[in-house]
Design a protein around this ligand. Structure first.
Ligand SMILES: *Cc1c(COP(=O)(O)O)cnc(C)c1O
Length: 525
């Protein structure tokens, strides 16, 4: 019965030996109905099974933090599918097989917490936050009512109030919610803004708005902002992309010009999204100048600080980047990015209390009864467009308890200092690296210069050549498994590398490794 046959074919990576994880004979051949909750006397088998899973997880954590381990064992999808047995069987499999499946899954997983993973805005594996996620999974509750998540709901209140106080002193009495990602947080801002301006929209629909609603965001903003225009019936043509300057910051005079242009056409400009930390360049739009314009034209100001929000925790780096944020009406801030909370953890904050509820409340009789035992203001479920809501608060609360405000401030400062170190090292090697701009955040944009282009003067044509190199060098990184750095083009230039330091694992030596490794892999390109 025991199915010990290897799920995966031979692999050169010795790292994760999936057959190392052996249960005892009795437990290994057991099945799901030999453990809790099916077998009340199955406690011993249950424990052995779960402890083995934990052993696999701890090995993964260890390898993630081991600089001699590869970040990934890359296979093309058509080969990967052959290496794996993913089929859903008709008959139950043994617990030993499930253990084997767990080990195999992690064997091929990219280690996003590895110190040489610089690929994403969410990097790193914060162990305290991870412990929180384990607990969350075990408590397995839904966040819609106090009734079934009393402690978590109170925590959410405390942490959200704390975050609002960090945004601004006048935000204490506001409202917040955790959403499944920054894109949905931005959508909540849009919905609340429209509800505030057109409270009848909820019941009467589109006909209640006599004219074309228009929203504004910079041409560097996250695509989820434009998506609001499509999802909410404006049409993407009515999400106006305001030009940005050389460094990727929205140009306020352009914003005002475009608002006037739409007004002349009889449209209704109502919403401006100001990005604090753009996804590619890490640029900060000038909040105060944009807030002045919003005030002048009676428009809602949303700050998308999904990425840059973490810097609110640093006295050194908060200003001038986020100066003026307290003037906004709403703020998106993703702890799963710069703060390193585990995925997912995204928050949306409002200065005015009550909007979320009046905008989204549907008063479902079976969940949100008005005659409950307790104060029903603690039922958050009717503030959102979801029904059930995942518990994303515990891991953040536990992490914040562990670090305190001071620990987070140190973490932010360290990420910024490491990025400054990287910029310095790039400038010290101008033959090999070309820094595209002085970054405002931990996004460092640059080209790697292979040998044959080192003596060629920089020009649009050289940029084209350097751009062509990015995917080739990235492919080599992934095949070697030693390094991951992202690349993309933008409106102004072809492909370039965008390095992100947002993991507590990274040190100066890792930054040196990164630059040396790119040179090792790419000098002959
Ligand atoms: C990442 C990001 C988002 C989207 O957040 P998700 O959690 O990935 O949905 C929105 N805005 C900005 C500026 C971002 O960087």
């Amino acid at each position: 019965m025991q199915r010990m046959a290897s799920l995966c074919g031979s692999s050169k990576m010795a790292a994760f030996n999936t057959s190392d994880y052996k249960l005892s004979e009795g437990t290994g051949s057991a099945q799901y109905d030999d453990v809790l909750p099916y077998k009340l006397d199955g406690e011993q088998k249950t424990k052995e099974f779960l402890m083995k899973v934990v052993e696999i997880l701890l090995d993964f954590v260890k390898q993630t933090n081991d600089r001699n381990e590869k970040i990934l064992d890359f296979h093309h999808p058509e080969d990967m599918i052959k290496q794996l047995d993913l089929r859903i069987p008709e008959e139950p499999l043994t617990l030993q097989q499930l253990i084997h499946d767990c080990a195999t899954t992690l064997k091929y997983q990219v280690k996003t917490g590895h110190p040489h993973f610089f690929n994403q805005l969410s990097c790193g594996l914060d162990l305290i936050s991870m412990a929180g996620e384990w607990l969350t999974a075990t408590a397995n509750t839904n966040m819609f009512t106090y009734e079934i998540a009393p402690v978590f709901i109170l925590m959410e209140n405390v942490v959200m109030t704390h975050m609002r106080e960090i945004i601004g002193k006048n935000w204490r009495k506001g409202d917040s919610i955790l959403a499944p990602g920054g894109s949905i947080s931005n959508l909540y801002a849009f919905l609340a803004a429209r509800h505030k301006m057109f409270p009848n929209y909820k019941e009467k629909g589109i006909a209640t708005i006599q004219g074309q609603l228009v929203m504004f965001t910079s041409d560097q903003s996250h695509y989820s902002v434009k998506s609001c225009a499509s999802v909410c019936g404006l049409g993407t043509d009515n999400c106006v992309m305001v030009p940005s300057d050389e460094n990727g910051r929205m140009i306020p005079t352009e914003l005002e010009r475009l608002i006037m242009e739409r007004k002349t056409r009889g449209h209704i400009p109502f919403f401006v999204c100001c990005t604090s930390g753009t996804t590619v360049l890490g640029a900060f739009d000038p909040i105060n100048a944009i807030a002045d314009i919003c005030k002048k034209y009676g428009m809602w100001l949303h700050v998308d600080a999904a990425w840059g929000g973490g810097l609110l925790l640093s006295r050194k780096y908060r200003h001038p980047r986020l100066t003026g944020i307290e003037r906004a009406d709403s703020v998106t801030w993703n702890p799963h990015k710069l703060m390193g909370a585990l995925l997912q953890c995204s928050t949306i904050h409002f200065k005015e209390d009550g909007l979320l509820m009046s905008c989204n409340q549907m008063s479902a009789d079976y969940l949100f009864m008005q005659d409950k035992l307790y104060d029903i203001r603690y039922d958050t479920g009717d503030k959102v467009i979801q029904c059930g809501r995942h518990n994303d608060i515990f891991k953040l609360w536990l992490q914040w308890r562990g670090k305190g405000d001071d620990g987070f401030e140190k973490h932010m400062d360290r990420l910024m200092e490491l990025s400054e170190y990287m910029v310095k090292r790039i400038k010290e090697q101008p033959d090999k690296f070309y820094l595209i701009m002085e970054p405002e955040m931990v996004n460092v944009s640059f080209w790697y210069i292979p040998k044959r282009l080192r003596n060629v003067p920089h020009s649009a044509q050289r940029e084209q050549e350097l751009g062509k190199m990015c995917p080739v060098l990235k492919a080599r990184m992934m095949q070697e498994g030693t390094l991951m750095v992202g690349y993309q083009p933008d409106d102004r230039r072809p492909n370039f590398f965008r390095n992100i330091i947002s993991s507590a694992a990274v040190t100066q030596e890792d930054v040196d490794f990164l630059l040396n490794e790119m040179d090792r892999l790419g000098n002959d390109l």
